[in-house]
Design a protein around this ligand. Sequence first.
Ligand code: ADP
Ligand code: MG
Ligand code: MG
Length: 883
Amino acid sequence: MGKFVYLFHEGQGDMKELLGGKGANLAEMTNIGLPVPYGFTITTEACNAYYESGKAIPSVVEQQTIEALNRLEEKMEKKLGDPENPLLVSVRSGSVFSMPGMMDTILNLGMNDETVVGMAKLTNNPRFAYDSYRRFIQMFSNVVLEIDTYYFEQLLEETREQKGYSSDPELTAEDWKEVIVGYKEIVKKHTKKAFPQDPKEQLFLAINAVFNSWNNQRAIIYRRLNKIPDHLGTAVNIQSMVFGNMGNDSGTGVAFTRNPSTGESVLYGEYLINAQGEDVVAGIRTPQPIATLQEEMPEVYKQFTETCHQLEQHYQEMQDIEFTVERGKLFILQTRNGKRTAQAAIRIAVEMEQEGIIDKKTALLRVDPDQLNQLLHRRIDDSIAKEILAKGLPASPGAATGQVVFDADEAEQLASQGQKVILVRPETTPDDIHGIVTSQAIVTSRGGMTSHAAVVARGMGKACICGCEALKIDLKAKQFMVGETVVNYGEIITIDGSTGEIILGEVPMIDPELSDEFLQLLTWADEERQMNVRANADTPEDAKKSFEFGAEGIGLCRTEHMFMDSKRIPIVQEMILAENFNERKAALEQLLPMQQSDFEGIFEAMQGYPVTVRLLDPPLHEFLPNKEELLVEVTKLQILDPQSKELKEKEQLLKKVRQLDEHNPMLGLRGCRLGMMYPEIYEMQAKAIFYAAAKLVEKGMAVQPEIMIPLVGHVNELKEMRQLVIDAANHIQEETGQTVAYTIGTMIEIPRAVLTADEIAVEADFFSFGTNDLTQTTFGYSRDDAEGKFLQAYIENKVLPENPFAVLDQNGVGKLVETGVKLGRATKAKLKTGVCGEHGGEKSSVEFFYKTGLDYVSCSPYRVPLARLAAAQASIRFNKEEM
Ligand code: ADP
Ligand code: MG
Ligand code: MG
């Protein structure tokens, strides 16, 4: 026969699974000698046994409960239901994880028509006794008998009005007696039964109710949202009452041992004099700040601060503590690790290390890398209420406020006058770049997380919301509608790219801050981690930012963004439209110095760290205008101005667009296939890289270019492209007389490349796993289509545990990464390997990459601090030696 009931002194802090969080901590505090009112805990296993017996308390549980109650009565020298000297208890639920939706606590259980008289006599305070009784009836009726509190509140209000009182403390004992008569009538009316007078019956009804609350709607939904298993069950804590409502020498409160918002090491909390339990949270009366307790009850305050200190030292964590003072005597009713903001988490972790409470490793594990995101972008001040107009995909974090504009030219124009604008479009194209650059943020009604707008915005660290289908954009009328709401050109909106929320008007913002503590923590992270962290950066500005955030190189520099610059687009188009090799060469000649100067800027910003430059990847049609729009223009011109030169040009363009049109661009002429068909493009890029490098070397600066060939599926592709790069390097070396050390590698983003990684490694100095494309090609999903059409449903129906584009699919895509590393290193033992997908900035994926033996992860500049911390945590959790 199992043990289903534990007296507080029989339990321990590490028995959370069995006793629930609250119960385990009450046991722990009892054992370290803190003033905890005595009691016992009915285990989570008893809860499961209750459900197994078809929602009935098994007799063994009942027996053990009665026994524990007897022990409690002996200890307290009081008896439940004894009219002379009654024991009163609270009944508190408590699961392993604290859960809103679980049963509310019942206080003062054991009160009835007889014990209330005893209490009145005993305390010499009838007012207190009757007040406690009516509180009990109200709570019990609400929580156990499920009668709406409204009826009780209404009666109380009528009574106050009748008697001309403005607040509850004015009610006398006689008044409360009257109220109690009324309360009992309410109970009778709703349950057709009298209010239960037998305290044991009250107790078991309450225990039943706690067990039942485990499966109420709210609790079930909360568990599903937070991935808490259903089988855990809840414990029930039965604890003798202490009274904060015994007069002005009594009170109740809550406090954090440190400020949960800033992390500052000062006691932070509130209390109410002459009040019981819930009153502080309920907000009926305004509580006082904890500091004034020092004046009102100096002795209690001193004892309380000492207790807080003791609890913090004991748990080695910031604590959130509930306390009650009964006639000048302090009692502790609960303690748990306090919830905190990212800023506070960092400061507390660092200061606790400095105070010698925890070591560096523990400090590093105390901060959740995901939380850091909050700190690195301007963000909306959460303390202010806001009304959300619409919600789209959170495509690029950060928040921004500005006037709504609907086209890129207008954005540029208004911005040049110093206005802040937000560009709202159905979608964006490379033609909109000048508008994107000059806008505070971008909103699109179509497109997914990898749409043009999203990719560009993330690269620039600009806030962006995509695929916000609730927006009905009317470009002609220069307005958008959300339901009935119309938002016109020039109106102010605020967007939050981390949540996808669009808000009407202005909302106060907070600037990102890299506090001293944050920098300290990151320094420790750097000491601890074994994996390098790089950034994905395409421009000198991004490279600078990456360097500032601590990137040890660039893992992915996408050259297509250099092509998309609005000044360059016409030349790029010329290059694509070229009728023959010479025309194309001429256009490329013009592009070369532009690319070169970008590379110079990037190399310089990285101060000798490696920079992986990926040669052109996207299909060429991405640089040309949209086919449908072009068709409309051509048709118009054919009618209006059939002889014009413009028509000729547009027709020419349309012809080319049609030529380049592909059934499935994702699987078409892109990546190194582009280089294979138009070697002169890759050649120009390689030359630009080597010219830039040579120039820096000439100035005495260090450079480490790593040239990366994208989308290789067969070793022969790499072999050919590698030779092309080597030729370019030799050529430039001869021309400039500067020797530049460089490497040539490939992206691994196609399953065939993984499966033949041993062959590919012969031609590669490094592998960089492009896990975005590798996820697309492994699942056979196009990300935009998947996220727009079915991925959400898959996740909701638990077909997939997570979005594989955000969190690496370790069993599938992850296995390919492992295989690729293994095969590659079978050929070259020291082959450098890294990852440059978005997963490089996601904590669980970072941990996986570490275990797989990658040399580095690369992620967006703003995620670099996150990745540094995640890599350190991975090292701490899985010490290399143990692997
Ligand atoms: P929650 O999980 O909602 O915080 P609790 O079980 O902690 O619920 O209790 C609610 C309130 O009642 C708290 O303020 C708590 O301090 C108070 N309380 C619980 N048990 C007792 C008790 N035995 N004596 C006095 N106050 C109590
Ligand atoms: Mg509590
Ligand atoms: Mg790719």
